[in-house]
Design a protein around this ligand. Structure first.
Ligand code: T3D
Length: 263
């Protein structure tokens, strides 16, 4: 497949997928989702996969859903966000988590909304010191999705998960590491080197044992993840029809502060 929104490569057991819409901070469109489905399906078929590196092109990792695709005129029909999650985001997370080889998120810059939770769905997150994580959903009248309602409390506990989700503030990579949200934060200029070294390590590791390790660790939360993804889709479907969501998206696109009514 010729990819328009991703850079995909494979060499010596190391797969690389780079989200490649840098002028929109690698935010997700339906086309990018379709390409991710294809790329991950191809990797699921490869017996020689030893590790996947998921990265973002340009200055950001991923800004979640492309909100340009969500801007609707007053009076026009609201998008069905539940359907979008069921078709795109939930299968993406499940396919990524089901890869037997380790998946490294290489977070070079901002990871926001679904982009943040996509990173958290990976097995190891290595972020540049200048990178950040933002549960941006509340800024546009939504809840954390893409598994965030499970990953956040699992990783940092309920108190911090609530703070991150309800405030939507930027969490810098050093604090994310301190809180246990991510595996490691490294100096910006060392990010490529560190991630490549880790990938080479995994490419020479006992892949089957690592796959079974992932299987065992994930087993306890697999059911919970499926349930949370379904719950997130249902709540997002409802919120996506609301005035506050419409206003949140309109305000983001117009680069102004939102005027939420609270309903
Ligand atoms: O809809 C569904 O299917 C349901 C599922 C939803 C999942 C979600 O992810 S909902 C959450 C969506 N994402 C966001 O709300 C984040 C929106 N982005 C931001 O808040 C900020 O861009 C960042 C905090 C991530 C970065 O800020 P900053 O100041 O570093 O960059 P910027 O200037 O805001 O963005 C740079 C450009 O990317 C800018 O375009 P311009 O002015 O240069 O032409 C900006 O509009 C564009 N951009 C950034 N994020 C998005 C985006 N364009 C479309 N969609 C985006 N999500």
């Amino acid at each position: 497949m010729a990819y328009q929104n991703l850079l995909v490569s494979f060499a010596e057991g190391i797969a690389r997928i780079t989200l490649n819409r840098p002028d929109r901070l690698n935010s997700f469109t339906a086309a990018m989702h379709a390409e991710m489905r294809q790329a991950l399906a191809d990797l699921h078929r490869r017996a020689d996969l030893r590790v996947l590196i998921l990265a973002g092109a340009g200055r950001g990792f991923c800004a979640g859903q492309d909100l340009q695709d969500r801007a609707v005129l007053a009076g026009a029909e609201a998008p069905d966000l539940g359907a979008s999650i069921e078709k795109n985001y939930a299968p993406l997370i499940l396919a990524l988590r089901a890869l037997p080889a380790p998946v490294i998120a290489k977070v070079n810059g901002v990871a926001a909304g679904a982009g943040a939770n996509l990173a958290l769905a990976c097995d190891l997150v290595i972020a540049a010191r200048s990178a950040s994580f933002i549960q941006a959903f509340c800024k546009i009248g939504l809840i954390p999705d893409t598994g965030g309602t499970l990953f956040l409390p699992q990783l940092v506990g309920t108190a911090r998960a609530m703070g991150l989700a309800l405030l939507g503030e930027k969490l810098g990579a050093p604090q994310a590491e301190q809180w246990g949200l991510i595996w490691k934060c490294v100096d910006d200029e060392k990010l490529d080197e560190e991630v490549d070294a880790l990938a080479r390590h995994f490419a020479a590791a006992p892949t089957k044992a690592l796959a079974r390790t992932k299987e065992a660790i994930q087993a306890a939360s697999n059911r919970a993840l499926a349930d949370q993804l379904a719950l997130e889709a249902n709540i997002q479907r409802e919120l996506g029809r609301g005035e506050d969501y419409r206003e949140g998206v309109a305000a983001f696109m117009a680069k102004r502060a939102p005027r939420f009514r609270g309903d």
